[in-house]
Structure formats: structure tokens, C-alpha cells
Design a protein around this ligand. Structure first.
Ligand SMILES: [Zn+2]
Length: 169
């Protein structure tokens, strides 16, 4: 957790008492001289549209904001036909991490209806999944309906503003 200098005691950890006769431990930072940064969080949506060819596969990617981590909480989708498989992977840790449920390790293909809900009844990611800033989330959609299938994928979560606060300090 990042910290910044306490604005009450200017980092010394001590302040005068009200009579200015004695020093006392700083009540703001409890004597530490530093305060833990509280990251700001704002609702954020990331969206992706993939036009999947009949009985084919099509990749897609969502790029996370370059300055704000994203805490994924809900998945939502609309599609032409529910006979659609989807794989969701995050590469931010240096190796592919499959966010969607696994049928086989490292593949993670599931029907879209088992990974994404609607705005009225979204699928919750529990616990929430934090994706570092400036990373991409990769999708592969595979049609099984035999007709063109348009997938609209929405990731809802929180944009973490910690770095902005840090830069302003
Ligand atoms: Zn202090």
C-alpha cells in the first residue's frame, strides 16, 4: 500500500497539544508520520463487439486504461444466438490466465450463457478480479449456430484512481 506524508504533523508524527505546552502523538497518522493512500474507485464499463462468422471463431480484445487498474466485477453480453462459446484470458501476469470457466486447463471454452448475464441480472465475478492498467483482456468467440453471430461483451467494474492521487500529491 502506498503512503504519503501526513499533512497534519508534516511527517514528524507529533503535534502540539491545544495549549501548545506539550507535544502529543499526531491524531491523524497516530504517530507514523505517513498516511496510507486510499485508492479512489469509479464505476467503469469496458465494451467489445465481435462479429463471429458462421461456425467460425473470431478474437477480440479490450485494452484497459493506461493509468488506471480495473477491478472486474460483472460480466454482461448480448448475442445473436446463444450457441456461442467464449474464452476470456488475461496476460497481465506474463502468462495467460483464463477468466472464463475451464473445461480444459488453458482453454476455458464455455457457452456464453454460462459466463455472461444481462444488465438486469449480470454475472458476478467473485472475488472481483483486478487487471493492471494498460493490459489487454483477450476474447475468442466461436459460433456454433451456423449463422453470423454478433457478440457484445461488457465488463463492468471499478477504475482504481490510486495513481492519479499519487501523482497529484
Ligand atoms: Zn501525522
Amino acid at each position: 500500500m502506498r503512503t504519503y506524508q501526513c499533512h497534519v504533523c508534516k511527517g514528524s508524527g507529533a503535534v502540539h497539544n491545544p495549549m501548545r505546552t506539550l507535544w502529543q502523538r499526531c491524531p491523524m497518522c497516530e504517530g507514523a508520520g505517513q498516511i496510507q493512500a486510499t485508492p479512489g474507485k469509479k464505476p467503469a464499463w469496458y465494451t467489445l463487439k465481435i462479429d463471429v462468422p458462421p461456425s467460425g471463431s473470431q478474437p477480440g480484445s479490450i485494452q484497459i486504461n493506461g493509468r488506471k487498474d480495473f477491478e472486474l466485477q460483472l460480466l454482461m453480453a448480448t448475442y445473436t444466438d446463444p450457441r456461442l462459446l467464449v474464452t476470456i484470458q488475461d496476460f497481465s501476469g506474463g502468462e495467460y490466465w483464463t477468466i472464463s470457466p475451464n473445461q480444459n486447463y488453458g482453454i476455458g471454452i464455455v457457452p456464453i450463457t454460462l459466463i455472461a448475464g444481462t444488465a438486469q441480472l449480470p454475472f458476478p465475478i467473485r472475488p472481483s478480479y483486478r487487471i493492471p492498467k494498460n493490459n489487454a483482456v483477450n476474447f475468442v468467440a466461436t459460433d456454433q449456430s451456423g449463422a453470423p453471430n454478433t457478440l457484445n461483451m461488457v465488463m463492468y467494474g471499478l477504475s482504481i484512481l490510486e495513481d492519479e492521487a499519487q501523482q497529484a500529491a
